[in-house]
Design a protein around this ligand. Structure first.
Ligand code: COA
Length: 571
């Protein structure tokens, strides 16, 4: 059966062999041909060597996740074959480096095998480096991947490396295509034909956060590199100078947040991006941002922890840290993104919230989303509302921490005549001067907590997928939402009554919405990629719901069939 509407290709090989470039090219070329793409990649912490995998899902319909498993495997070396051979089920196809590669696979019954001498062909052309492009040419011929757009993206990338490298790669691509065409195609897998391109961009989660920051009016970014968050700073560094903003590289994560606090105190919209280990280091300064009521945004691209953990792998295990990770009672707003579109839109929201509520905001992304490229509608700058902090109008005597109806006090930027004030991590009175009066600390804590409490009602905190009563309600967060969306659709198609609940505002927790949802479901299942079931924990602590926790933490995301099987088990 032809399955051109939803094809999953997995390219696998060794780090340094060009797996990532090959996947990027296929994804970008398919998107240029007007198709929807969703990619997932996993690679080792080493620069060279180790297993590297890139999965591309291409469809003419919207796709929400990387899919259950591949339809087509492209194995560049023996390790890639060994690690994936258990997934070669009847109907799947494998394109592999043979003869001349380092393995001679046994093709199981019913699997479509396509030997392509990738290494040998590249060597014959005089450039072993181009082996991946031989593979890509063969994939293009065998599975209808648009040749014209593939050559466009290949040229764009390799032209920067010089004409010689570009020409080797174009030749390698053509050779691969010739080898692919010479094979007898026995399966019916093919990428859908090109359609009129929509007004979309193909962008990774990390780049999308950077884009959202610039759309949200960011003026200052302090960077300290850490996998898997570094590309956010790289994107901002490339573009912010054109927009009259500044990026500074700090000496460590503590310094980077200190710089953000300083810039924000000076009146600039400021942020930083990090991963779990960096966020841990920032926890003291997050307390200061809360105490000083300084608008602050920190993006945390979660990775496998604790400690240096699994730096290039996916996990959703910083929810405890994001919500409660500091000394004293110091809440912050915590948001979490589902997909690349959210990475753009919710970074704007996060900057707006930091400005509006004058507090720290933590935006949680994750390792899977960071490197996933997806097709998203081209953002329209004019469609975003930009919120600026409430500023002092210069009238009367100035009190930085004046009690107001909405508990948000006007800010006077440094240098404003009459607006001089003390900013300190010490508890303070309305004028900013230190105060140890017991009633003052209680009143100030009530002010700082109180100003964000209404957020659960005013911000679109959750999305509910489905109506009426359900046998199972699934509550999940982050990029797991995309997996659950598809599982819910497929379960419904089987006649199973299931609903989804997808929170984007993690803290303050929209308790009423959780309770209302749970009241319509017989059982609540909470899948998440961490060991302890961190969202389940908060649900138990804050609501009357007693969820069934479903956790994995092997460095990989869920896929839809895992959720489907679990729902059936629960039922
Ligand atoms: N001809 C010429 N150059 C080619 C090529 C070809 N046919 N195919 C790929 N390349 C180049 C790429 O352009 C890239 O060079 P660039 O960095 O100048 O762009 C380089 O070879 C690597 O190829 P790429 O396809 O990007 O990656 P890969 O699949 O070979 O995998 C990585 C390598 C990315 C996984 C690995 O290098 C890496 O970065 N690992 C993670 C390190 C990390 O973050 N550790 C954590 C520390 S805490």
């Amino acid at each position: 059966m032809s399955k051109e509407n939803d094809l999953i290709i997995r390219v696998a090989g060794e780090g340094g062999e060009g797996v990532v470039s090959t996947g990027d090219f296929i994804a970008a070329a398919s998107a240029r041909a007007g198709l929807e793409v969703y990619t997932f990649k996993t690679f080792p912490a080493e620069i060279k060597g180790g297993y590297c995998m890139y999965q591309i899902r291409v469809s003419s319909n919207r796709v929400y996740n990387q899919g259950d498993t591949f339809d087509v495997l492209c194995a560049l070396n023996g390790e890639a074959y060994e690690l994936n051979k258990h997934l070669l089920t009847p109907g799947t196809a494998i394109v592999y480096d043979y003869p001349g590669g380092d393995f001679d696979p046994v093709i199981p019954e019913g699997v479509h095998g396509y030997p392509v001498p990738m290494s040998q062909a590249a060597k014959d052309l005089g450039s072993y480096r181009s082996k991946n492009m031989v593979a890509m040419g063969a994939l293009s011929a065998l599975f209808n991947i648009n040749e014209e757009t593939l050559k466009q993206v290949l040229t764009k990338k390799f032209k920067k490396k010089g004409d010689e490298i570009l020409n080797f790669n174009l030749k390698a691509f053509d050779k691969g295509k010739e080898l692919g065409l010479a094979l007898k195609k026995s399966d019916s897998w093919r990428v859908a034909d090109a359609v009129t391109p929509k007004d979309v961009i193909v962008i990774s989660g990390n780049d999308a956060v950077g884009m959202g920051a610039l759309l949200g009016g960011l003026e200052f970014f302090s960077a300290y590199p850490i996998t898997p968050a570094t590309e956010i700073a790289k994107f901002v560094a490339t573009h912010i100078p054109k927009l009259t903003g500044t990026l500074v590289q700090a000496e460590d994560e503590i310094a980077s947040l200190a710089q953000v606090l300083g810039a924000s105190y000076a009146g600039r919209k400021a942020m930083t991006a990090t991963s779990g280990p960096g966020l841990s280091l920032m926890s003291e300064l997050l307390g200061m941002a809360f105490m000083g009521e300084i608008p602050t945004l920190v993006v945390d691209v979660q990775r496998g922890g604790p400690s240096t953990g699994l730096p290039t792998k996916h996990e959703q295990s910083d929810l405890f840290l994001a919500i409660h990770g500091t000394h004293g009672d110091a809440p912050r707003i915590v948001l979490s993104v589902e997909d690349v579109k959210d990475c753009i839109d919710m970074t704007v929201d996060a900057l707006n919230m930091a400005e509006q509520f004058q507090c720290p905001v933590i935006l949680l992304s994750d390792g899977s989303l960071a490197f996933s490229t997806q097709t998203v509608p081209a953002p329209k700058p004019e469609s975003y509302t930009i919120v600026n902090r409430k500023r002092w109008d210069g009238q009367g005597k100035y009190f930085r921490y004046a009690m107001t109806d909405d508990m948000i006090s006007p800010i006077a930027d440094p240098g404003t005549p009459g607006g001089e004030h003390i900013a300190t991590g010490l508890e303070h009175g309305a004028n900013g001067a230190p105060s140890w009066v017991p009633a003052n600390h209680e009143a100030m804590q009530r002010k700082r907590f109180g100003k964000i409490q209404g957020l659960a009602e005013s911000y679109k905190p959750v999305e509910i997928d489905g109506e009426g009563e359900a046998d199972v309600g699934i509550i999940t967060w982050g990029s797991t939402i995309g997996v659950v969306r598809e599982a819910v659709e497929r379960l419904r198609a089987e006649g199973i009554k299931v609903k989804g609940f997808y929170p984007k505002l993690m803290w303050p927790m929209p308790v009423a919405q959780y309770e209302a949802f749970a009241a319509t479901c017989k059982k609540i299942l909470v899948p998440e990629v961490n060991f302890q079931g961190q969202l389940s924990h908060f649900i138990r602590a804050e609501t009357s719901i007693r969820p069934i926790s479903y956790t994995i933490c092997g460095g990989l995301p869920f896929n839809p069939v895992m959720i489907i099987n679990k729902v059936k088990e629960v039922l």
